[in-house]
Design a protein around this ligand. Structure first.
Ligand code: SF4
Length: 104
């Protein structure tokens, strides 16, 4: 399980810079740099009206990942102990990225 910090506060799953999902998927099967990756689990919190009152932030979660050029990618699964998803103010998934991506 991977510890996740996420600053995409415009996502409905975000709470206190953590993610409330138990698993996410990171996309970017052709990625050569972090900006080629994005969080495929992003859902826009339109006008910021949704508040996640039922779920609590997960400190560790499963990260499936299509970025096979990353050193942490093991059989489409992230093996890093800690990753950061960036994209404050994102309006769509493509505005986010895995900032921990490291080319093999
Ligand atoms: S660190 Fe690498 S393997 Fe892990 S989610 Fe980010 S891009 Fe995918």
């Amino acid at each position: 399980m991977t510890k996740l910090d996420c600053n995409v506060t415009s996502c409905i799953h975000n709470s206190d810079n953590c993610c409330c999902k138990s698993a996410i998927i990171v996309e970017g099967n052709q990625a050569k740099d972090s900006y080629d990756t994005f969080c495929g689990s992003f859902d826009e919190n339109k006008d910021g009206s949704f508040r996640n009152v039922f779920k609590t932030p997960e400190s560790r979660l499963e990260v499936d990942c299509e970025a096979s050029n990353c050193v942490y990618n093991e059989d489409r699964h992230c093996s890093a102990s800690h990753i950061g998803i960036a994209g404050d103010g994102a309006r769509e998934a493509g505005h986010t990225e895995c900032s921990t991506f490291k080319t093999r």
